[in-house]
Design a protein around this ligand. Sequence first.
Ligand code: CP3
Length: 343
Amino acid sequence: MNDTFLKACRGEKTEYTPVWIMRQAGRYLPQYLEVRGRGKGTFLDLCKDPARCTEVTLQPVDFFNMDAAILFSDILIPMEPMGMNLEFHEGRGPVFTDPIRSRKDVEALVIPDPEATMPFVMETIKLLRAELKVPLIGFSGAPFTLATYLIEGGSSKVFLETKKMMFQAPELYHNLLQKITDCTSLYLQAQAKAGAQTLQIFDSWAGILAPVDYARFALPYVQSIINDLRKVTDVPIIYFANNGSTLIEHTMTAGADVLGLDWRINIKKAIARVGDHVVQGNLDPIALFLPEEDLKQRIKQLLEDAREAKGHIFNLGHGVVPQTPPDQVRITVDAVHEFSARA
Ligand code: CP3
C-alpha cells in the first residue's frame, strides 16, 4: 500500500507531499453523474448503495492518482437514524422537513447504533479496503455544523435560529449538541472499526461564530469526540474548521493530529501558529480556473510556503466546485507530486 498520506498525517518524513481533494468524488466528474443517474434513484439512494458508493469513491483515485480516498457518503446521513426526515432538493441542497426548535424535538432524537442503522456505510468501507492501494478516510460532520442543519432545516445565511437557541435557550442547545456528539462519536468509532484509516471531522460552518461563541458552543463537542476516539483507536484525526483562520488558537486545542486550513489564510502564517500540528490545505478551489501555468505557479508557491510545517497534506481550502474541469484536477495533482518530490 502507498502509505505516504498516513505518514504525513503522523508527521513522519515522506518522499513527496501527498494530495487529495475535498469533495473529490462528485458532480464535476461526468463518470460520477453517470453512476448517480443509474437506476434513476436519488442522491440518498446512492449513499445507501455500497457497490455504487465504492465505484464513485474509486473514480478520482484511479483517474488522478490521489494519495487518499474519502468514503462516499454525506455528513447528514446519521441524522436520519437519529429521527430526522432528510431530503436533498436539486439546487437547494439538504432539507430537514421538521427542524429542531423545542425541547420535545430534542427529546425525540435517538442515538442510533451505527452498525445496525447504517450498515451500508460499514459495508462500503469494507469493499473499499479490499480494492484500495491508498489509505481510506472516513468522516463525519462536527456537532455544531450538523446542529445548524437540524435547527435551520437546511443551509442558512445568518444562522438566526441556531444562534437564537444558543443565546436564548443554552440548555436546550446543549442537550441537542450532546445527543449529536454521542451519535457522531459512536459513528466514527464504527467507521474506524470497519477499516477507515483516518477520520476527518468537517466543521463547515465554524467560521460563522465569534471566537468566544466557538469556544463555548462548538469546540467542546469536537474535543469530546476526539477524546473518545483516542481511547479506542490510533487512526490519525483531521479537523477541518472552514473559515477558521480567526479560530486557530481554539481549533489547536481540539486534539486532532492534522488541522485543515481554508484558503483565506496564508499557509506560512498559519503554520507559525498551529503548534505541533500537521496542516492540510489550502488552495482556493476557484484557483483551479487559473490558466495552467499560473495554477502551477500557485501550487509551487504553496508547497514552498508549507516547507516549515511538521507535515503537509496538499488539498483545496474547501470542496472542489461542480463546474471544475477534471483536467485542472489532473494538472493540480501532477504538479503537487512533481514539485514536492524530494531528492
Ligand atoms: O469526495 C467526497 O468528498 C464525497 C463525499 C462527501 C459528500 N459530502 C458527497 C456529496 C463529503 C465528504 C461530503 C461532506 C459534506 N456534506 C459537508 C462537509 C464538507 C463541506 O463541503 O463543507 C457538508 C456541509 C455536506 C452537506 C451537503 N451535502 C450539502 C450542503 C450538499 C448540497 C450542496 C452541494 O455541494 O451539492 C450536499 C450534497 C452532496 N454531498 C453531493 C455530494 C457529491 C451532491 C449531491 C448530488 O450528486 O447532487
